[in-house]
Write a protein that binds this ligand. Structure first.
Ligand SMILES: C[S@@+](CC[C@H](N)C(=O)[O-])C[C@H]1O[C@@H](n2cnc3c(N)ncnc32)[C@H](O)[C@@H]1O
Length: 214
């Protein structure tokens, strides 16, 4: 199924805003968005980093390069795209912020990616990871399932993985979009799972945000 950026942006906009606010990204920041997909996070970061900042958008799928370049051009944002496996992340410079969202649930080795993000940041840099706890999502109280994801509940493991990577856990919390009937929450559920919940209440997978430093 093609990536529907706008829907994901609509329903998970608030957790992204909360994380970016919490961090206080300044103009001139250098950032990497790992597993950038269509680049919506990359563009949000680039807008905050401004003309003197730089955002690298990294994804294993070459299609992401074109989608991200298009999103960045539309938003007049400065984003540099790189086609790379996150488990072998290599950047031309150390960055102030390494960010990933909805990536670790798909990779072979989440801890390897976290360690690569650690290597990518400056000594006082930041790591922000946003990953779901898929089975904590609910349709009329029944747990959601995304069997195609390699680590569908990776969000719940973030504190453990961050400590395993010898990082300082600065903050960690979860936010979940909730909805019923017509609207972006139910549309996004349908897009994710092809399940139509009718009039039953939906809680999308909570997104755990973890903030870490060296
Ligand atoms: C669910 S999308 C999330 C996109 C974006 N981060 C967002 O939140 O909208 C997951 C992305 O991770 C990419 N991806 C999966 N495995 C990867 C890997 N090992 N290295 C880099 N990117 C990867 C996929 O190609 C896809 O674009």
């Amino acid at each position: 199924m093609p990536l529907n950026l706008q829907l994901r942006n609509d329903v998970y906009r608030r957790p992204l805003e909360t994380a970016l606010d919490r961090l206080g990204i300044k103009p001139g920041f250098t950032c990497v968005d790992v597993g950038a997909g269509g680049g919506d996070v990359s563009v949000a970061l680039a807008k905050l980093a401004g003309k003197n900042g730089r955002v690298y958008a990294v994804d294993i799928d070459p299609q992401s390069r074109d989608l991200t370049a298009e999103a960045a051009a539309t938003a007049h944002a400065q984003v540099l795209t790189l086609t790379q496996n996150a488990e072998e992340l290599t950047l031309p410079e150390k960055v102030d912020l390494a960010f990933c969202r909805f990536l670790l649930l798909h990779v072979h080795s989440p801890i390897t990616v976290i360690k690569k993000m650690k290597e990518a940041i400056k000594p006082d840099g930041w790591i922000v990871i946003q990953e779901p706890v898929t089975t904590a999502g609910r349709i009329n109280l029944k747990p959601l399932s995304m069997p195609d994801a390699k680590h569908q509940d990776i969000g719940a493991l973030l504190p453990k993985l961050i400590l395993e990577a010898n990082l300082k856990l600065i903050d960690v919390w979860a936010e979940a979009p909730v909805g019923i009937k017509d609207g972006p929450v139910v549309d996004y559920l349908h897009y994710l799972t092809e399940v139509d919940p009718g009039t039953e209440p939906v809680i999308l997978p909570p997104l755990v945000t973890a903030i870490a430093q060296k």
